[in-house]
Design a protein around this ligand. Structure first.
Ligand SMILES: [Fe+2]
Length: 232
């Protein structure tokens, strides 16, 4: 079982030191290697809304694969750069985008889930900045959820929905979707909640009825984390 202690580190990487040789001689370099984030709860703690088996496979297989492939892609890019292989660098951008997005999106996902016993599903405090903004824009949290579920239902194939703070528009709260593992890269958009609409996130439990998964997952959404992210 993985360590389940609380972690404040959302995107964790550890520096590794390496050495490469080029026609200019030996060059030392330091770069980061990405790893899975620690979870704040047991795999089964989000049941019955998201099964423990889904979490286990999602975390140990899917997210781990994005981590592994991101590290491998970066390593290849470092090597290509040292050799001046621009074409290879360009080709690697797709893999870095996919696996880097997968890594980031899933880090957001685990952190914006919480078991009911740890406050999962509790809406933002009415006094919080986030709670006030939701009331101002949407009237209620239920309306925001309804809009988000509508966007999730509209995703064709695999993708993600994000509830974001739009810093370029007076800190409004918007709902956007991305395809595949594309993540939110606009510096004006701060992801508050990221929702995984890939089949691997629900199929084992909900099969083809993904609307039930979209409805159920709000019972384990960590709005406290969303409140915290809204401050930034
Ligand atoms: Fe996923």
């Amino acid at each position: 079982m993985y360590s389940l202690r609380s972690s404040r580190v959302l995107l964790k990487s550890s520096p590794i030191v390496g050495r490469t040789t080029s026609r200019f001689g030996s060059i030392s370099f330091v770069r980061s290697k990405y790893s899975l984030p620690e979870l704040d709860y047991e795999f089964s703690a989000t049941e019955p809304y998201i099964s423990g088996k889904i979490n286990e496979i999602h975390y140990t297989k899917h997210h781990q694969t994005y981590v592994n492939n991101l590290n491998a892609s970066i390593e290849q890019a470092v090597e290509a750069k040292s050799k001046g292989e621009v074409k290879k660098l360009v080709a690697l951008q797709k893999a870095i985008n996919f696996n880097g997005g997968g890594y980031i999106n899933h880090c957001l996902w685990w952190k914006n889930l919480a078991p009911v016993s740890q406050g999962g599903g509790q809406p933002p405090s009415a006094e919080s900045h986030l709670g006030k903004q939701i009331a101002k824009q949407y009237g209620s949290i239920d309306k925001l959820i309804e809009i988000t579920n509508g966007k999730l239902a509209g995703i064709q194939g695999s993708g993600w929905a994000f509830i974001v703070k739009n810093k370029a528009n007076g800190d409004t709260i918007d709902v956007i979707t991305t395809a595949n593992q594309d993540t939110v890269t606009d510096p004006n958009l701060v992801p508050l909640i990221a929702i995984d609409a890939w089949e691997h996130a629900y199929y084992l439990q909900y099969q083809n009825v993904k609307a039930d998964y979209f409805k159920a997952l709000w019972n384990v959404i960590n709005w406290k984390e969303a409140e915290r992210r809204y401050q930034f």
